[in-house]
Write a protein that binds this ligand. Structure first.
Ligand SMILES: Nc1ncnc2c1ncn2[C@@H]1O[C@H](COP(=O)(O)OP(=O)(O)OP(=O)(O)O)[C@@H](O)[C@H]1O
Length: 276
């Protein structure tokens, strides 16, 4: 089947005649010694969707993110993002092409301020030579002010009270605010594709609900953004995804709406099998 036909089939499954694939993974395989974490995986990520990635522990979800963001080099197969092969590109190149992510474990520097934590991700884009900082004070100030305005705007989408506290250290913030800060950091580069690895991990039910509202709000405000989230909380998946893909043993075993995948016997067996 041609790539165009597959894209059109996906457009049809999204209920839209204009939907196109932002990412296409084909026969993607990632081996760690004798362990096959991704096993000839084929999937598409459709532009503008919120896609949920599900699957039992160890089914390859985070490995997929790690390959897509260039942290791991796939053993074989291909990932086309915006018409270009991702495999072989460095994490920095992939980031610059518009793919940003958060991690399962927090990667914030707790003693640093909210502002510093957010802009640190964009460090490579900054003019930061000694000459620039010492002798081009006006340009330095303008760049700094532009970053402050950008961070304020991002924090404002999530939680206006965070704006007033943006120069306070992250260690003084609650878990949900820390997650918001991490998502803001990922959004600073104005990505087209945002990958969220278990955003609800370690949060209470109410915090999770609030963060999901935030993510929906971000998605409404940044209409070109495509979001993929790995999540174990089925309520979250049900509430915010347009479509889901389920992994098991590094393969895609189901895809469709939340209602479709939860009714799928393959999915039920994968999860029940894990509990037994
Ligand atoms: N760097 C690595 N070296 C060796 N094995 C790895 C590495 N990264 C992942 N694996 C293995 O690959 C498999 C898939 O792991 P992965 O973290 O992608 O699963 P997951 O679906 O994200 O799981 P979870 O839901 O528990 O986060 C697991 O068996 C894991 O132990």
């Amino acid at each position: 089947m041609s790539a165009i036909m597959e894209t059109e089939m996906h457009a049809a499954s999204m209920g839209s005649s204009t939907a196109t694939s932002l990412v296409s993974a084909r026969d993607l395989t990632m081996r760690f010694g004798g362990l096959t974490a991704l096993d000839q995986l084929n999937l598409h990520i459709v532009e503008g969707e919120v896609l949920g990635l599900l699957g039992p522990n160890g089914s390859g979800k985070t490995t997929f993110f790690n390959v897509l963001t260039g942290l791991y080099k796939a053993s074989s197969g291909s990932i086309i993002y915006q018409g270009r092969e991702v495999i072989g590109q460095t994490p920095q190149e992939i980031y610059r092409s518009g793919v940003a992510r958060t991690f399962q474990r927090s990667r914030l520097s707790l003693p640093l301020t909210v502002f510093d934590n957010i802009v640190i991700g964009d460090y490579q884009h900054m003019q930061h030579g000694l000459f620039f900082n010492l002798f081009r004070r006006k340009a330095f100030r303008a760049e700094y002010d532009a970053y402050v305005a950008k961070v304020e705007a991002l924090l404002h989408i999530f939680s206006p009270p965070l704006v007033a506290r943006m120069f306070e250290p992250v260690e003084t913030f609650s878990m949900i605010d820390r997650r918001r800060i991490e998502v803001c950091r990922a959004l600073l580069s104005e990505p087209r594709l945002l990958l969220l690895d278990e955003p609800s991990a370690g949060m209470t039910h109410d915090e999770t609900e609030a963060l999901m509202d935030d993510i929906l709000q971000v998605r409404n405000k940044l209409s070109n953004l495509t979001v993929v989230l790995i999540e174990h909380e089925m309520n979250v998946i049900k509430r915010i995804t347009d479509r889901c893909i389920v992994f098991n043993y590094g393969k895609k075993i189901a895809e469709g709406t939340y209602a479709e995948i939860t009714a799928d016997p393959n999915v039920q067996t994968a999860y029940l099998g894990e509990d037994e």
